[in-house]
Ligand binder design. Structure first.
Ligand SMILES: *[C@@H]1O[C@H](CO)[C@@H](O)[C@H](O)[C@H]1NC(C)=O
Length: 407
């Protein structure tokens, strides 16, 4: 019975994904709706080499999360039972522009102390069932550059940025996020992921359009830039990447204020055993974390919203996972309700897939010791450090490449 319902759920999520793509507005010149629709249902080819969604792995996640009255917990436990119930609340089908407002009554009915939640948390809940926001800036040149030479992209940098962070993006482009083929032939591509400014922010539309036209590496979607919207940002990126780079070997997800030692990352990824290459999830692993109940914290999670443990997860400052996991992650995101903290949410999805995060000392998302912050030899051996200004990024990059550096 369990097995049967799992198969049904999986088939349903698959169908749902394809419907979602089919309904995307025709913003995308390269992948038109009909390309997706004419594809056969692919019933047999579901067994990908990467782990896929199945009953026992979702149970792994449920072991950490009690079935009780907390809102998120209820959504998790009600989701896979059948087609009718919606994982993220009742009305995902509402059009994007009205999606958040249609959820208000539902929330007031179902979350008894909703009115006591911090304002941003309330906003998160109102839009937590809203998916696939329309693009504002789509990557125009990405496909052209890909068709020159080999199609196979080895590493895709997906960098969480915000509209006003021009200098950070430029520093990344000029250094660790430079696109092209690296020694050994590994092809690298970079995209910056942006939400939109709120009406209170200065209007940067013109600057962003110019930047996008010039560099061709911006992706912007129609949702407000906010810490609590990062899960939505990640999920929207996964949808995009699954369409545009379905064959990418590895995906990096991280912030625009980190320093990445790209040559070292590439040689590490090239050395990953082929049996592990399709299920890699590596970074700075945070274990035994639990929800913070201090309502002034950025990471605050109300008791009536979520109860349970966080699975081990890789810190969102920068981690890497296998491109083969894009598709299973997307299927899972329809079954696991959005969680307001994006790296915890990714950890939940990986946990449900049965993929454990691999700790790697080279990822320092909490930064290195103060005395080592300028030490080039320390940085030459590291894969990632947080948090650096654009100028520091440039200096570190130049430093670790210097022929005079003897470590
Ligand atoms: C996330 O974006 C949506 C769409 O713009 C918005 O309605 C919501 O308020 C945002 N959430 C937060 C926490 O700002």
């Amino acid at each position: 019975m369990l097995l049967l319902s799992t198969v049904l759920v999986f088939f349903y999520t698959t169908l749902h994904l394809e419907t979602t793509y089919g309904h995307q507005p025709g913003q995308d010149g390269h992948l038109k709706g009909h390309d997706m629709k004419t594809q056969p249902p692919e019933r047999e080819s579901r067994s990908t080499p990467a782990p896929s969604f199945n009953a026992s792995t979702l149970m792994g996640l449920k072991e950490m999360i009690p079935q009780n009255g907390a809102y998120w917990n209820r959504l998790l436990y009600s989701a896979p039972e059948g087609r009718k119930k919606d994982v993220n609340g009742p009305r995902r089908a509402a059009p994007w522009s009205r999606c958040a407002e249609t959820n208000r009554d539902h929330l007031h009915t179902n979350v008894h102390d909703f009115a006591s939640y911090p304002v941003l948390f309330q906003s998160f809940l109102e839009s937590m069932s809203c998916r696939s926001p329309p693009p504002l800036i789509e990557q125009p040149r990405k496909r052209e550059t890909d068709t020159e030479g080999s199609d196979q992209v080895f590493l895709l940098f997906a960098i969480k940025s915000t509209p006003e962070n021009f200098a950070q993006r430029q520093a990344v482009r000029e250094t660790w996020g430079r696109e092209g083929a690296y020694p050994g032939g590994a092809r690298v591509r970079t995209v910056f992921l942006l939400g939109s400014s709120t009406p209170d922010d200065p209007d940067l539309t013109l600057l962003l359009r110019t930047e996008a036209r010039h560099f061709g590496d911006l992706l912007q979607w129609d949702f407000y830039e906010s810490f609590l919207n990062l899960t939505l940002k990640m999920n929207t990126f996964l949808e995009w990447a699954q369409k545009r780079f379905p064959d990418v070997s590895f995906v990096f997800s991280g912030d625009d204020d980190v320093f990445v030692n790209t040559p070292l990352v590439l040689s590490y990824l090239q050395s990953v055993d082929s049996s592990k290459a399709s299920q890699l999830y590596v970074g700075h692993v945070i274990t035994s974390a639990s929800a913070l109940r201090d309502s002034t914290s950025k990471y605050y999670i109300p008791v009536s919203f979520f109860e349970g443990l966080y699975p081990a997860y890789a810190g969102g400052g920068g981690f890497i996972f296998s491109g083969a996991l894009l598709k299973p992650l997307l299927s899972l995101s329809l079954v696991i309700p959005f969680f307001p903290i994006d790296d915890v949410y990714m950890g939940m999805c990986f946990k449900a897939l049965g993929v454990s995060p691999q700790a790697h000392g080279g990822f320092q998302t909490f930064d290195v010791k103060d005395k080592d912050r300028e030490n080039l030899c320390v940085h030459k051996r590291l894969m990632l450090v947080h948090q650096r200004t654009p100028k520091q990024i440039k200096m570190l990059w130049r430093g670790i490449q210097s022929p005079w550096l003897t470590c």
